[in-house]
Design a protein around this ligand. Structure first.
Ligand SMILES: Nc1ncnc2c1ncn2[C@@H]1O[C@H](COP(=O)(O)OP(=O)(O)OP(=O)(O)O)[C@@H](O)[C@H]1O
Length: 218
């Protein structure tokens, strides 16, 4: 079954500064949406408002037409990878996998490097290893939509490629909304590309459009 996510009328201000001025988002299963924009333009704020973890002046999130008052309370519909680490350091890999409803077999099939690490505590991982695990927890969860905030930032090029392939292989069942500054990796993989400039969103089609928005220099 195809799912749709629609967020509308997002206005968010901080200390009198208008960060989002009518932000919106549309996504559907079977597709990857990439969100670009300069540092500090409001991409994380937008995702947090959609998720319900940030209260804005206004903004609504609907999935399959149903208004979600507190979206993060519906993890089967929407999950979010924030830019910061979120797994409790005292929990083992085995335990966090169980919390996200992910089988060990699924993780090890895709990332066998975790084979000897299932009993280890997340807090003993390097920051890059922990980031990879957290990305996989969110990407592999059975949620209708997944939003990822800078997933590739701390990954090696090989892991970034593998994660992107995994996302591609799962997009039929999960719609993805991804923001990341590694545009050369993300742009070709995305089905829909958007850029946030001066608090407003637009759809872009080519790298030249992205350059015209002031985000990149070709
Ligand atoms: N709770 C807050 N308190 C103060 N300022 C905030 C808060 N949340 C966001 N901001 C400000 O809002 C602006 C947008 O921040 P946001 O993190 O959404 O940007 P971003 O586009 O995700 O940036 P980056 O690409 O650097 O991660 C920034 O100027 C930030 O300092």
């Amino acid at each position: 079954m195809k799912h749709t996510l629609q967020a509308d009328s997002i206005f968010f201000e901080v200390s009198g500064r208008n960060i989002l001025k009518g932000g919106w988002m549309m996504a559907e299963t079977g597709s990857i949406v990439a969100l670009f924009g300069r540092n500090g333009c409001g991409k994380s704020s937008l995702l947090n408002v959609i998720y319900g973890s940030l209260t804005a002046e206004s903004g609504t999130t609907r999935i399959d037409g149903q208004y979600l008052k507190v979206p993060y309370q519906h993890p089967h519909l929407l999950r979010y990878l924030p830019a910061y680490s979120f797994t409790p350091p005292g929990l083992t890999v085995r335990r966090v996998l169980a919390d996200y409803g992910i089988t060990q077999a699924l993780l090890l099939r895709e990332f066998p490097e975790f084979t000897d690490r299932l009993q280890q505590r997340v807090g003993s991982f390097s920051s890059g290893e922990r980031r990879l695990l957290e990305i996989l927890l969110v990407v592999m969860s059975n949620s209708a939509f997944v939003m990822l905030d800078e997933p590739f930032l701390y990954l090696s090029p090989i892991h970034a490629e593998k994660v992107l392939q995994l996302i591609q292989s799962r997009k039929a069942q999960t719609g993805f909304i991804i923001t990341d500054h590694q545009y050369e990796l993300l742009f070709p993989a995305a089905d829909t590309k958007m850029v946030l400039v001066n608090g407003q969103m637009s759809v872009v089609h080519t790298p030249a459009d992205l350059e015209a928005s002031g985000y990149i220099k070709l």
